[in-house]
Design a protein around this ligand. Structure first.
Ligand SMILES: Cc1cc2nc3c(=O)[nH]c(=O)nc-3n(C[C@H](O)[C@H](O)[C@H](O)COP(=O)(O)OP(=O)(O)OC[C@H]3O[C@@H](n4cnc5c(N)ncnc54)[C@H](O)[C@@H]3O)c2cc1C
Length: 392
């Protein structure tokens, strides 16, 4: 859909639930996505390249750490604003949303929440402006859904910590200036360490040949006897609760973000179906096309309400991790199914880069797996209902 004709679906007048400030920030990000992302994203995707120059612009837009207090360079906004920013960015592409959501929820948030005052002052303002890019290292080659079994570890050498191990599938890794790395201490307790680009023994090779999130820079984090200054340990958190708290924030952002991708697919399919004629009529006049469109809009509307309500609960600090799992799982599958169905409405045209569906569809195959797989989130809900864990 061309940027000039874009109008977000709002079947249940959900706009009335947003404040003027919410609409202002959404409008600013929407305009920026129209101008800076949509014209270049297909090429970036085809070339398998992250458009690095957009990072500074994202910083200027306030897309990094929007809910971090202004004192540390954030915008001090609420959770609905954060959600709307993620929605607009992912309408552009999941890669752009992923970059911003890692920076905000998985790097700035843990430094703000679990870091020392010196760490906050050193890193947060630079991450907020995009001068620094951040990454979050939890997943390992042999430990994905089960991060508690991680083997990356550090030992106390008196003046410093010595870090060894490897992380895999890390968003922003090849371009990151600072990484929040989760590793076990000598007692086997998971701790967070801030690892900086250029530290001896630390490398971050890029993962190529992806068919999904091709415009995102994904890579490994490899630690071979890396000396970490003691002041780089996050002092205020111990155990898996640390990374899981960050993931709750990021998953919440995903629940909003994917609505943007779904809206883009739905709008594109609606417009095309009204213009494309077969058997002498617009294909929108056939019942089967209308069924697809009606179901898409219904699902988008349900997802919007889920995300909005979750945002209200998060503003009050009342959203549970299981509630976040439900919204992430529901909304990602919703978006993926809409990408598939909308692609069908476009017939052969839907497979080209002139339209966004295949790109969104391929991206969403990662989004349904990362930050907790679709099935793991189902089992989290099952655990919450029954009190019995079916996955550990
Ligand atoms: C593009 C991309 C970017 C990413 N970015 C990051 C990042 O920035 N930082 C980071 O730390 N990680 C990142 N990840 C990693 C991501 O979080 C993991 O891929 C995810 O947690 C799943 O782990 P896995 O791929 O090892 O799958 P596995 O854990 O091996 O799971 C494989 C399959 O088995 C199923 N399964 C596993 N255990 C159970 C069980 N107990 N019961 C039922 N089914 C089960 C899963 O649901 C899945 O279907 C990224 C991944 C991708 C693809």
């Amino acid at each position: 859909m061309s940027s000039n004709t874009y109008k977000a679906p709002d079947y249940y007048l959900i706009d009335e639930l947003f404040s003027d400030e919410h609409k202002l920030i959404r409008g600013a990000v929407r305009e920026w996505v129209n101008k800076a992302v949509i014209p270049i994203i297909d090429e970036a995707n085809q070339k398998h390249q992250f458009p690095r120059y957009l990072v500074k612009e994202l910083g200027e837009l306030g897309a990094f750490g929007p809910y971090i207090p202004q004192k540390y360079g954030g915008a001090g906004m609420d959770q609905i604003s954060y959600g709307l920013i993620m929605q607009e960015l992912e309408r552009g592409d999941s890669a752009i949303r992923s970059m911003a959501s890692v920076q905000s929820s998985l790097v700035m948030y843990p430094i703000f929440k679990f870091g020392s005052e010196a760490q906050r002052i050193k890193y947060l303002p630079k991450l907020a402006t995009g001068e620094f890019v951040g990454a979050f290292g939890l997943t390992e080659p042999n430990h994905g859904s089960d991060p508690g079994s991680m083997i990356t570890n550090f030992t106390d050498k008196g003046d410093y910590y010595l870090l060894n191990g490897a992380k895999m599938w890390i968003t922003n890794a090849p371009i990151a200036d600072v990484c929040v790395v989760w590793a076990k201490d000598e007692q086997g307790v998971v701790r967070g360490l801030l690892v900086e680009k250029g530290m001896e023994g630390f490398t971050a090779p890029e993962t190529l040949k992806k068919w999904s999130l091709r415009a995102s820079a994904t890579g490994e984090l490899v630690f071979d006897d890396v000396m970490i200054p003691k002041e780089n340990l996050l002092p205020n958190i111990k155990g898996l609760k640390g990374p899981l708290t960050c993931l709750s924030s990021a998953r919440y952002g995903i629940a909003w973000g994917v609505i943007g991708a779904a809206m883009d697919c739905y709008n594109t399919a609606l417009k095309y179906s009204l213009e494309r004629k077969q058997f002498g009529k617009p294909i929108a006049s056939f019942q089967l096309t209308q069924k697809k469109l009606a179901e898409m809009l219904t699902e988008i509307t349900k997802a919007q309400l889920l995300a909005w309500r979750l945002g209200i609960l998060r503003n009050d600090d009342r959203a549970t991790p299981a509630q976040i799992s439900m919204a992430k799982r529901n909304n990602v599958l919703m978006a993926l199914e809409i990408a598939r169905e909308s692609r069908q409405i476009l017939g052969a045209m839907g497979i080209t880069g002139d339209f966004p569906m295949m790109r969104h569809m391929m991206n969403l195959e990662s989004v349904i797996t990362y930050e907790g797989t679709h099935d793991i989130h189902l089992l989290i809900t099952g655990n919450d209902i029954t009190g019995i864990s079916a996955f550990y």
